[in-house]
Write a protein that binds this ligand. Structure first.
Ligand code: NAG
Ligand code: NAG
Ligand code: NAG
Ligand code: NAG
Ligand code: NAG
Ligand code: NAG
Length: 416
């Protein structure tokens, strides 16, 4: 087994572990019954060290619920609250999502010192309704959820302890000069579905985030690649912007990139060696205007280039040389909705000996009607069971393939 696939398994396991820790269980049930499952996060010895001793039962805001089994958490979600209740001193996890909260005043946070995680997603919070510095003084805060609010501006200042910041689905179009400075521990920043354009990123806001692993900027208004990303970056999501080119050597400074998503942009020509990235596993460039393929790094496993203007897949460009001692890892290519009239040359199977699936689907060869190659899906090495399963998938899910769904875990907010 190659180092890369071992790495990816470790990543998967890690993702699964982290995901389970925060697994979004159904609070409705929780309220009626005795919670019976253990929540590993709360028994982490590192967190326990900071836990104050308190006499039971612990304090809880009248509007909220504090489960005896998780005494450091306060659940105030889904309650039509218009204001934030007073937060008892000992609380570490605060759940306020799905309410009608518009403001974040300092008052309720007066006594708080141990807060590690706040979920304020799905509220109506506006930037100017956040008391200046209210978050910044929470010196143990590691995770802040503010997605699905009405923020027009990046909610600075924030505490330097912060590791995960979720700001998707807001209206952020402004980023004050030093808003993102002093956040050295940020590993995950989600800014998808906002109104960010190139001018906002001119000040190179991400350059000092030396631990940033995942940056999501999908569904914004970018026309160029974000400048000066930190070299720690592993997952970059830029889907659905209006980016038309990638500067030569752009990724030279980002050697750790594992997954790159740039579907739904305006890419036309890509410098041939752009993706010479030693750790890249997933590359998604679907729904662009590419005419030509490009160099495929050895590590790459999944390639998505559907809905482009590719007439011929030149395998020599993808694979200029074959090294039998160090074979290419590519297993999956999705090329439907291009302008292919013939399948990929069989030379590809020498270059990419691990290929299992090539999804040709429909091709847009003529202006007004789509056509199919003789074999819309090419498969190798599948067991009869896998083959049947894959066929069923294509029938029921049309274009979404099993690999599409499998790839989703890379960008899970808790994945790092
Ligand atoms: C925060 O709230 C959102 C919206 O309900 C939910 O999807 C998410 O799982 C919550 N996350 C945490 C860590 O509580
Ligand atoms: C903070 O603690 C003091 C003393 O325990 C208490 O009187 C006050 O109400 C608390 N404030 C908040 C906002 O919880
Ligand atoms: C940043 O993370 C490191 C390593 O986990 C930790 O030692 C340090 O205290 C953190 N910085 C802040 C400001 O919390
Ligand atoms: C792309 O973003 C626009 C808004 O900027 C949105 O309306 C559209 O649904 C998005 N498209 C996709 C494919 O996500
Ligand atoms: C494929 O690309 C190589 C390298 O640029 C070039 O020499 C060759 O002519 C191309 N082949 C086709 C069929 O376009
Ligand atoms: C495609 O459709 C348009 C409008 O429906 C028509 O004017 C055009 O002639 C068609 N082109 C071809 C190649 O059939």
């Amino acid at each position: 087994m190659g180092i890369m696939s071992q790495l990816s398994i470790i990543h998967l396991l890690w993702a699964a572990m982290v995901f389970c820790q925060y697994d979004d269980y159904d609070f409705e049930d929780e309220y009626d019954e005795e919670p019976d499952h253990q929540h590993p996060y709360y028994f982490n010895p590192n967190t326990q060290a900071e836990v104050p001793r308190f006499p039971f039962p612990v304090e809880c805001a009248r509007e909220c619920f504090c489960p005896p089994a998780f005494p450091l958490s306060m659940y105030c979600d889904h309650r039509k609250l218009k204001t934030i209740p007073n937060i008892p001193r000992h609380v570490q996890q605060l759940y306020l999502q799905n309410n009608d909260i518009e403001a974040v005043p300092a008052g309720p946070f007066t006594n708080v010192t141990f807060l590690r995680e706040i979920n304020l997603s799905y509220n109506k919070i506006k930037f100017h309704m956040i008391d200046h510095g209210v978050f910044a003084k929470l010196s143990n805060l590691v995770q802040l959820h503010l997605q699905h609010n009405e923020l027009e501006e990046f909610p600075f200042p924030l505490p330097s302890s912060l590791e995960r910041l979720l700001l998707g689905f807001n209206k952020i179009s402004r980023l004050s000069g030093n808003a993102l400075e002093g956040l050295p521990n940020i590993t995950m920043l989600d800014l998808c579905n906002n109104f960010l354009d190139d001018s906002v990123l001119k000040g190179k806001p991400f350059s000092n985030m030396k631990n940033l692993m995942q940056l999501n900027l999908c569904n914004n208004k970018l026309q160029t690649m974000p400048p000066d990303l930190p070299s720690s970056l592993m997952y970059l999501s830029l889907e659905n912007n209006s980016i038309s080119y990638i500067p030569e050597n752009y990724f030279k400074r980002l050697p750790k990139i594992i997954a790159l998503r740039m579907s739904h942009n305006n890419l036309q020509n890509i410098p041939r060696n752009t993706f010479n990235l030693p750790n890249l596993l997933e590359l998604n460039l679907g729904h662009n205007k590419l005419k030509q393929v490009f160099y495929i790094p050895r590590s790459l496993q999944h390639l998505y280039i559907e809905d482009n203007d590719i007439e011929i897949i030149n395998v020599t460009l993808m694979c200029p040389s074959i090294d039998p001692m160090n074979t290419n890892q590519l297993t999956y290519i999705r090329v439907d909705q291009n302008k292919l009239t013939i399948p990929i040359s069989t030379y590809a199977f020498f270059c990419f000996p691990h290929i299992r699936t090539i999804y040709y689907g429909e091709q847009n060869v003529n202006v007004n009607k789509s056509t199919q190659l003789r074999i819309p899906v090419f498969r190798r090495f599948l067991s009869p069971e896998e083959y049947d399963e894959a066929e069923d998938d294509h029938e029921t899910h049309d274009h979404e393939t099993e690999e599409d769904r499998e790839a989703d875990h890379y960008f899970h907010p808790y994945f790092q």
